[in-house]
Ligand binder design. Structure first.
Ligand code: GUN
Length: 291
C-alpha cells in the first residue's frame, strides 16, 4: 500500500506556481489576485478560507477577504459580486459555501463573471467541462487529477466508482474521469444515497472516490484487493482525547481499508491540500487567459 501524500504533492505544485508567478512579474505582469467572500462565521468555512488566503501569500498572489454578516440579504451580496466582477485588479472570485439558508446559492454562483470563476461552479464552467472544452475545473476534482498525475496513475480503462453526487465533487469528478482526455477514459459509476447495493458496486471498483460526507462510510468489506481509494471526506467528529475535543476524519474507515489498497489518500493531508492547489492553479490560469 502506498500513501498518496497531499501535503507533499501540494508543496510540489505550489512551488511550480510560485516560480511561474515570479516569471510573470518579471515580464511586467501584476500579481494574480484572488478575492474570497465569506458570509457569516461557520468555523469550517473560516478554516478553509483562512488556508486559501495563507496559500495566496505563500505563493506570491494578492488576496482580498471580504467578510460579510450572516444576515446580509441576497441583493447586497449580489452587489458585492458585481463590484468584484468590475474590479480589473481581481482575477479570481470565490464565494465560500455553504451560504446561509435565506440566500439562494444558484443566484450567487450565477452572478460571478465566468472569466473569474476560479471555483468552476458557474453553469458556463460546468457546461464547458461536460463538453470537454477548456475551462476552470472545480478545485477538488482538479486537485485529485493533479495528484494522480504526480504519481503517474493512469485511469484509462479502469472502473471508477464515485460515491456521492454533489455539484462540487461527485458530479464533476464522474464526468471528468469518463471523458476522452489525458486523465480520463475511465468507466465510471456514479453512486449516491439512493443506490441499491452500494457495496456490490464498490467491490467492482478499481478506483473509489469517496465523497459522501459520512465519517468512516467506506468499510474494508466494500473494497477489493489492490483498489485505489481517494477520500474526499472532511468530517469533524468528537474526540475527548484531543485538546480541541474533536478531530477530522474522512469518508473512509482508513485503518481497516488501507492494508488492502494499492494507493490511498489519508485525512487530513490527502485531498484537502490538493483542493487549494486546484484553486490556485485556476487563479493563475485566469491571469494567463487574459494575456
Ligand atoms: N465549500 C466546500 N468546498 C468548497 C469549495 O471548493 N469552494 C467553495 N467556495 N466553497 C466550498
Amino acid at each position: 500500500m502506498k500513501l498518496l501524500d497531499g501535503s507533499l504533492v501540494a508543496a510540489h505544485y505550489k512551488e511550480k506556481i510560485k516560480e511561474e508567478v515570479k516569471s510573470l512579474i518579471s515580464q511586467g505582469s501584476k500579481k494574480p489576485h484572488l478575492a474570497a467572500i465569506l458570509v457569516g462565521n461557520n468555523p469550517a468555512s473560516e478554516a478553509y478560507v483562512g488556508a486559501k488566503v495563507r496559500t495566496c501569500e505563500e505563493i506570491g498572489f494578492a488576496s482580498t477577504l471580504l467578510r460579510l454578516d450572516a444576515q446580509i440579504d441576497e441583493a447586497r451580496l449580489l452587489k458585492e459580486i458585481a463590484a468584484l466582477n468590475e474590479n480589473k485588479d481581481v482575477d479570481g472570485i470565490l464565494v465560500q459555501l455553504p451560504l446561509p439558508k435565506h440566500i439562494r446559492e444558484a443566484s450567487i454562483i450565477n452572478a460571478i463573471d465566468p472569466s473569474k470563476d476560479v471555483d468552476g461552479f458557474h453553469p458556463v464552467s460546468i457546461g464547458k467541462l461536460v463538453l470537454g472544452q477548456d475551462t476552470f475545473l472545480p478545485a477538488t476534482p482538479y486537485g485529485i487529477l493533479l495528484m494522480l498525475s504526480y504519481y503517474g496513475i493512469d485511469l484509462s480503462g479502469k472502473h471508477c466508482v464515485v460515491v456521492g453526487r454533489s455539484n462540487i465533487v461527485g458530479t464533476p469528478m464522474s464526468i471528468l474521469l469518463s471523458r476522452n482526455n489525458a486523465y480520463g477514459n475511465a468507466t465510471v459509476t456514479l453512486t449516491h444515497s439512493k443506490t441499491k447495493d452500494l457495496k456490490a458496486h464498490c467491490l467492482q471498483a478499481d478506483v473509489i472516490i469517496a465523497a459522501i460526507g459520512i465519517p468512516y462510510f467506506l468499510k474494508a468489506d466494500m473494497v477489493k484487493e489492490g483498489a485505489i481509494v481517494i477520500d474526499v471526506g472532511i468530517n469533524r467528529i468528537e474526540d475527548a482525547s484531543k485538546k480541541s475535543g474533536s478531530r477530522l476524519v474522512g469518508d473512509v474507515d482508513f485503518d481497516a481499508v488501507a492494508p488492502q489498497c494499492s494507493y490511498i489518500t489519508p485525512v487530513p493531508k490527502g485531498v484537502g491540500p490538493m483542493t487549494i492547489c486546484g484553486l490556485m492553479q485556476n487563479t493563475l490560469n485566469a491571469v494567463k487567459n487574459k494575456r
